[in-house]
Design a protein around this ligand. Structure first.
Ligand SMILES: [Zn+2]
Length: 109
C-alpha cells in the first residue's frame, strides 16, 4: 500500500470512529433523558456530510481509473467521485479518450 492510500484509509477510519462516537453519545443522552440529544443528531449529520465530502476529495486525488480499452488513466472529477456507480475497486465512468462508458479499475497514483 502506498503512502497516499494509507492516508486515505486512516482518514476513513477516523471518519467512522467519529460517527460511531457521536451515535454512542446520542444513545447515552436518550437513555439518560438528557435534553441535549438533538445537538448530537445535528452533529451526526454535519460530520456525516462534511466527512463524506472530505473523503471523496482525498479519494479522487489518491486514485486514477484505468480504461480497459485504451489503458488511459483518468482522474475522476469531484461530481463523478460522489455519484458514479461503484464496483469492486472500480467505477463505471466515461473514458475521455475513447468516450466509452464502462467499468474502470482503480489504481493508486
Ligand atoms: Zn478509453
Amino acid at each position: 500500500m502506498k503512502k497516499k492510500e494509507k492516508v486515505l484509509v486512516t482518514i476513513i477510519g477516523i471518519y467512522f470512529t467519529l460517527l460511531i462516537a457521536i451515535l454512542l453519545m446520542l444513545f447515552i443522552c436518550i437513555f439518560t433523558n438528557t435534553d441535549s440529544w438533538l445537538i448530537f443528531v445535528y452533529l451526526f449529520f454535519i460530520v456525516f456530510v462534511v466527512g463524506y465530502l472530505v473523503v471523496t476529495i482525498i479519494r479522487i486525488n489518491t486514485y486514477v481509473y484505468i480504461c480497459e480499452e485504451c489503458h488511459n488513466a483518468k482522474k475522476l472529477s469531484f461530481i463523478e467521485g460522489l455519484f458514479t456507480t461503484r464496483g469492486d475497486n472500480a467505477r463505471i465512468a466515461k473514458c475521455p479518450v475513447c468516450q466509452k462508458k464502462q467499468l474502470m479499475k482503480r489504481q493508486c497514483r
